[in-house]
Design a protein. Sequence first.
Length: 130
Amino acid sequence: MYLPRLLFTMMVVITFGLLATPVTDVNAAPDPGGQAATTSSSEDIQAIQTFNKLRDNEVGILKVEAQKKHKILFIMGVGLLLGILTTAGLGLAMVLGDKPVFMWHMAVAGITVTLAIAHAVTSMIWFFPF
């Protein structure tokens, strides 16, 4: 009778004890004076320029024009709005009309949420200024 309570208490104590301990790298060499954090800005600029050259020379990446990106997102948005309206309509049919459409309601809601996530990720990847 007391064993489950004791095990639960031990698990809580161990979990919070592990969460409270600071995370440090024991293999890291000591850094006297914090010199590792300071780098020259010319090296940084050179690294960024090299990265940009490599990025521009990549082969096999599909380049999509901005107008086509907007069209794709618009079509996804129309589908998203239709999914939201369909989900709401099925919900109202269940509540007000006592129709047995719960499974359809949940299926359309799941598809709508998936489309919403895909729409958000796609728009952030294409149009968020990185």
